[in-house]
Design a protein around this ligand. Structure first.
Ligand code: R7I
Ligand code: MG
Ligand code: MG
Length: 349
């Protein structure tokens, strides 16, 4: 489809759910042989095996809250979004939430709470969380707001409800920017895509909070920009090993060690790869490759798949995968609603 087509919206939101559901199998595993990944993915096609339904985790649970809030409020409403996070957590606390964020979600359900951003600020001795929990649910911001400045602003604020460290919320901004650009067709020119992300993040990271957090955590002055340069260097190499990707970009639970990694997975899988079946389309390649990195597989696959899905569209997603992932059909319906909101906002803006 063309820029911002319905197929791209559906592709992005559905693929994100698949990445989460399918990636859950290997979350936290240190080494994941590609053979195990392909075995797991092949079993999705085999209905007789009766794999049952793969459940989604906190990644999708929170993204669904973001979607419902943006749709119901026709835009960003921090009170409403915070309430939905809290309600979702108390209804299904067993979705695999990060250890720290649970405290925030409990505090957010208190009726006495006046500032919904305060619980997040109290995390980790007042420094805030740098986990990837803000980034894992950032795609819906790109699918709601046509204007780039709005995508950045609301992805930032949406992440701040749980992640007040710049290394957390800037990861959410980067993930939303990547989905935004992919939706416009920017992955047709991968070199320009990565350059564009670097240019945008130069601006996003040009402030006191980012410099402070980076200094305290002993990172480069503009941590995400530095990582995106590493992504570009890896893109330029003719051969890249899994070990190299992990050591250069990471596969961990910090946004800094997972959002640039997810972006690399998408870029690396734009073309067929020897290690992946020739029958795989782009979304399948991206998810398979993300899982083979090990570590925070559900989240890296979820974020990479959202970006890839916005590029390839819904046609690139196997029906059999949709059928065995909890919440995939819902995501498809919601994508249609977000597509409407997006085009409604682009006419009024
Ligand atoms: O970021 P968050 O929502 O976790 C998301 C991850 C995804 O992989 C999900 O799939 C789920 O498995 O969890 O939750 P947080 O608790 O805010 O952050 C995750 C973890 O990062 C924390 O439990 C800490 O171990 C670590 N972390 C920090 N550690 C030290 N200092 C995050 N921020 C800090 C910090 O400032
Ligand atoms: Mg999860
Ligand atoms: Mg995870």
């Amino acid at each position: 489809g063309g820029p911002a087509s319905l197929s791209r919206f559906r592709g992005a939101l559905v693929a994100a759910v698949l990445g989460d559901c399918v990636g859950g199998e290997f979350e936290g595993a240190e080494e994941v042989p590609m053979e195990s990944v392909l075995q797991h993915l092949n079993s999705l096609d085999d209905e007789t095996k009766g794999n049952g339904i793969l459940e989604y985790s906190d990644d999708t649970a929170m993204a669904r809250c973001v979607v419902q809030s943006l749709l119901t409020r026709t835009g960003f409403d921090e009170q409403d979004m915070a309430r939905r996070f809290a309600k979702e957590y108390s209804a299904s606390p067993g979705r695999g939430y990060g250890n720290g964020v649970i405290q925030v979600l409990k505090k957010l359900s208190s009726p006495q709470l006046t500032d919904v951003y305060q619980p997040a600020r109290d995390q980790f001795n007042g420094r805030g969380s740098f986990g990837n929990g803000g980034a894992m649910r950032a795609a819906p911001f790109a699918l709601s707001f046509p204007d780039l400045a709005d995508v950045k602003r609301f992805a930032h604020l949406g992440a701040m409800l749980t992640h007040s460290c710049s290394l957390g919320y800037n990861g959410a901004v980067l993930q939303a920017l990547a989905v935004h650009l992919s939706l416009q067709g920017a992955l047709d020119l991968p070199q320009q895509f990565i350059s564009r992300l670097i240019t945008e993040m130069e601006e996003v990271e040009a402030n006191e909070e980012t410099r402070n957090d980076a200094r305290i955590l002993q990172e480069a002055e503009k941590p995400f920009c530095e990582r995106l340069h590493r992504v570009r260097d890896l893109m330029d190499k003719s051969k890249v090993s899994i070990e190299e990707v992990i050591s250069e970009l990471g596969n961990g639970i910090a946004a800094l060690h997972s959002v640039p990694t997810a972006i690399f997975c998408v870029l690396h899988c734009l073309e067929p790869r020897d290690c992946l079946p020739g029958s795989f389309g782009g979304v399948e390649r991206t998810i398979a490759y993300s899982l083979a990195l090990g570590g925070d597989t559900d989240t890296i696959a979820c974020m990479a798949a959202a970006i890839a899905g916005a590029h390839y569209g819904i046609e690139a997603i196997p029906q059999s995968w949709i059928k065995c992932c909890e919440g995939a059909e819902d995501a498809d319906m919601d994508a249609g609603r977000l597509h409407k909101l997006y085009h409604q906002l682009s006419q009024s803006g």
